[in-house]
Design a protein around this ligand. Structure first.
Ligand code: UDP
Length: 499
């Protein structure tokens, strides 16, 4: 039966990029949309669907019109190892081109799926990296809204950097100020994302295609909230002719402990009781949680500096060690050096996938040592925790600038340049243990600056939590987005973009 609002006739088709840190916020977005009564169709591939099943199944409660439709991932055809369906499990960076080739091959199957879909698709919300969705949206005469997982601050930095790049104005070396921003933001070329600072395995042609498709999108959804970066939201909204919806922090839709602990992966970590007891045993705001995201791998040399820096800080800590190939030297060092025995009791090592939201929401956590991926950054902000920043690549140095110089809730370990995925051995990107310890001490100290950071972080955390409540800014933004799509559906007018 169709309800009076007719909302269930609206079908939001969500197409994430196949990478854990891109699917995670899209699944959260799907839940938030489904809570509003619209139909949500998440398009994924079989192995990714399995990985996210537990969280999605729990969200598909009575009255929730949310489903997952699967596309067969052409791993073999694209020259990828069988079972490799996600960017975070690629065996090597050299496979990135094959990965994008496989993503391109999904177009026909996806369009067949859309053709058969009931209710008919009302709009596509897709990761910006899936360029073919621009054509698909044109074919189906529906709006296409992109999601690229960055903040408005970073979007604006990137926009201005593109102008500089087109005019050949990015200095090869030395610090420079990104022009026309509300704050003075200084960077070096070595710290910029791949579009401005390509590594040896350059994928510029793929980037250009993505960027061209990006400009054809009807609008943008951003995982942020207006109060976090008001001047940047305003400026970026102008650039997007008003078609910008800030609907985050998306992670806050995970309210219960099971959702928090199983987000992003099946329960690969079976020691939650032990972890909780361990966290409960520490004073409030005394523990440092160190995790460098789902994609980046640090070298053994850098891991040693990180581990010894944590040890020397004297703080209790949780250290996440990413599972997978190339991690054997780290395990060898841990056992040969006696690190685990020495820090036994005070250090808690998690091998594999950590229940990040669960950890960040525990009152014992007083600092988050992060690589500044935007999901982690915003999760730390939403948890009200000050951060120790160790950016590795992509937009992470810009996110660091945002935390340290705009929000003033972070202290940097002083990382100097991007560690391009696959080129992690570059000698000039080393951070030493003294720098790690110093940044931890700055964040954890209970004196003037440490207190200021902590106070600011807590305030932001409180504001973040209100944004998703019924009168909050992100809640309202989502309402406006749904209304806009509903109007298109009713008027049957296609909001094609001509530029
Ligand atoms: N994450 C997690 N456990 C881990 C590693 C990562 O839950 O052990 C989640 C984290 O909460 C975040 C995402 O994975 O939602 C990482 O995204 P981010 O943008 O921070 O970094 P990326 O992985 O893209 O470098």
């Amino acid at each position: 039966m169709i309800s009076e609002s007719g909302l269930e006739e609206l079908n939001f088709v969500l197409i994430p990029l196949l990478a854990a840190s891109h699917i995670i916020p899209m699944v959260d977005m799907a839940k938030l949309l489904a809570q509003r009564g619209v139909t949500v169709t998440l398009v994924m591939t079989p192995l990714n669907a399995i990985r996210f099943t537990a969280g999605i199944d729990r969200a598909i409660g009575p009255g929730f019109l949310m489903r997952v439709l699967e596309l067969q991932f052409p791993a073999k055809e694209a020259g990828l190892p069988e079972g490799c369906e996600s960017a975070d499990v690629l065996p090597a960076l050299a496979f990135r081109r094959n990965f994008f080739a496989a993503i391109d091959m999904l177009q026909d199957e996806a369009e067949n799926l859309l053709q058969e879909m009931k209710p008919k698709p009302s709009c596509i919300i897709c990761d910006k990296h899936i360029a073919w969705t621009a054509e698909t949206a044109d074919k189906f005469q529906i709006p296409r809204i992109i999601f690229d997982g960055m903040s408005c601050f970073t979007q604006l930095c990137m926009h201005n950097l593109h102008i500089m790049k087109d005019q050949n104005e990015i200095p090869e070396s030395g610090p420079f100020v990104i022009p026309d921003l509300p704050d003075r933001i200084e960077v070096t070329k070595a710290q910029l994302p791949g579009a401005f600072n390509p590594g040896t395995l350059c994928i510029q042609d793929i980037r250009d295609k993505i960027r061209a498709a990006e400009t054809r999108a009807y609008g943008v959804v951003i995982n942020t909230f207006e109060e976090l970066e008001p001047r940047y939201v305003d400026e970026f909204r102008k650039l997007k002719d008003g078609r910008l919806w800030c609907i985050g922090p998306l992670s806050l839709c995970n309210n219960d402990n099971l959702d928090k602990s199983q987000r992003g992966n099946k329960a690969s970590f079976d020691k939650e009781d032990r972890l909780k007891k361990w966290l409960d045993s520490w004073q409030p705001e005394s523990v440092v949680y160190a995790c460098l995201g789902s994609l980046g791998r640090i070298t053994i040399e850098q891991f040693v500096e990180l581990a010894l820096g944590l040890e020397a800080s004297g703080c209790p800590f949780i250290l996440v060690i990413k599972a997978g190939e190339g991690q054997a030297p780290i395990e060898d060092w841990i056992s040969e050096n006696g690190f685990e025995q020495r820090t036994n009791g005070r250090g808690f090592l998690i091998r594999g996938w950590a229940p990040q939201l669960l950890i960040l929401s525990h009152p014992a956590v007083g600092g988050f040592l992060t690589h500044c991926g935007w999901n982690s950054t915003l999760e730390g902000i939403a948890a009200g925790v000050p951060m120790i920043t160790w950016p590795l690549f992509s937009d992470q140095f810009l996110n660091e600038r945002f935390l340290v110089h705009v929000l003033k809730t972070g202290a940097s370990v002083g990382s100097q340049g991007v560690m391009h995925l696959g080129e992690e051995e570059k000698p000039e990107v080393q951070v030493n243990k003294e720098e790690v310890t110093k940044a931890i001490e700055e964040v954890m100290e209970k004196e003037k600056e440490g207190n200021d950071r902590r106070k600011k972080a807590k305030e932001l955390g409180q504001i973040a939590k209100k944004t998703l409540e019924s009168d909050g800014s992100s809640h309202l933004s989502l309402t406006l987005l749904i209304k806009e799509i509903q109007e298109f559906q009713l008027n049957k007018s296609f909001p094609g973009i001509t530029n």
